[in-house]
Design a protein around this ligand. Structure first.
Ligand code: MRU
Length: 343
């Protein structure tokens, strides 16, 4: 796999692949302050639930390095304030809060300022390495669901750059290449930010996976005419009952898949599950800048003064989901099965 890493730590700062510029420009931002990390997450320079969590974890490591205090209580207070600030960057992907909680525990458990600085960096690197292993396992569990020659639909980008490596929904396609299995992907463009058109196509083409781009509105016709055998997407938050939030348009694909009797899978690590959120209605849905819809590449396409509704995510209800593919295997989307996963 020859896809650049989206986030890494170098010279006491964060190197971040600027996903807003892909696929035309491969450029890394050097992030040296916590506000820069906040802005990178909010503006989608880094995006995808696990990658957001990894970036935020490194943001906490930056915070600990940048605050000069050697008084442990003072340093803890400052780092926890920065962690709270980073948690305000985006509301839906629970991996952000999951990663920050892990970092906060490490902060709380550190005895000296020097230990704290070392521990938080170690923890951020561990979170990143774990995510790579977890994503590979998701791919291994997902691969047997597909047969040579299958055509599979996806939306948004749940690929390598949305995680530490491999991705979630895209992991089986990367692994299929290693196993000599030929799968074809139909990628929905993913209005309004075009993660499918810009990122999923780019990743899969680099890996040599057969990929065809469609607009979101072509999904029903494509399912009907192109013999689509499954739909697989990532998730930003899986509620305790299996309802799953993912990029806007995912709910529609789940409804369509049901009507065509096509299996609909969510691929998500355990870090994307939120047992404190009972169901999809309780998942906060981010609403983003209207300009994402009224403009395309900076060019206005809608009349001035138009009202806009721009939810970035929607919720596929559990009863439309065939299975949730995790690093521990495929789980049925219901409360008992999900609770057992964490038991
Ligand atoms: O707004 P984005 O681009 O961060 O949305 C990303 C998604 O919806 C992904 O499908 C999800 O985070 C899973 S990434 C492995």
């Amino acid at each position: 796999m020859n896809i650049p890493q989206s986030v890494f730590w170098e010279n006491n700062s964060i190197q971040l692949l600027d996903q807003r510029k892909l696929p035309h420009v491969t450029e890394y931002l050097t992030l040296e302050t916590v506000p820069a990390v906040f802005d990178a997450i909010k503006s989608l320079a880094v995006r995808g639930a696990p990658a957001i969590g990894i970036a935020a974890a490194f943001g906490v490591a930056l915070s600990a390095l940048r605050h000069p205090s050697d008084n442990i209580d003072k340093l803890k207070e400052q780092v926890l304030i920065d962690s709270g600030y980073l948690s305000q960057s985006r509301p839906t992907a629970v991996n952000l809060f999951w990663a920050l909680n892990r970092m906060n525990e490490v902060v709380a458990g550190s005895a000296t300022a020097a230990a704290l600085r070392e521990n938080v960096l170690t923890e951020a690197l561990v979170i990143q390495k774990e995510d790579e292993d977890v994503c590979r396992s998701i791919g291994e569990h997902a691969l047997p669901l597909f047969k040579d020659g299958n055509r599979v639909m996806t939306i948004c980008n749940a690929g390598s750059i949305a995680t530490a490596k491999y991705g979630t929904a895209l992991a089986p396609f990367f692994l299929s290449k290693e196993h000599g299995i030929n799968l074809s992907v139909f990628a929905c463009e993913t209005r309004p930010v075009f993660q499918g058109a810009r990122l999923t196509t780019w990743e899969l083409m680099q890996a040599g996976v057969d990929v065809t781009l469609i607009t979101d509105s072509m999904a029903a016709h494509t399912m009907k005419t192109k013999n689509i055998s499954a739909v697989i997407t990532g998730a930003d938050r899986v509620a305790a009952n299996g309802d799953s939030a993912n990029k806007i348009g995912t709910f529609g694909l789940a409804v369509l898949a049901k009507s065509f009797d096509i299996p609909f899978y969510i691929a998500a690590p355990l870090s994307t599950f939120d047992l404190d959120t009972p169901n999809g209605d309780a998942i906060p849905i981010e609403e983003r800048d209207p300009a994402e819809i009224t403009e395309v590449n900076g060019m206005r396409v809608a009349p001035e003064g138009i009202s806009v509704f721009n939810p970035a995510f929607d919720v596929a209800p559990a009863d439309l989901i065939t299975g949730i593919i995790t690093e521990k295997g495929i789980v049925k989307p219901n409360k008992q099965a999900i609770a057992a996963l964490f038991a």
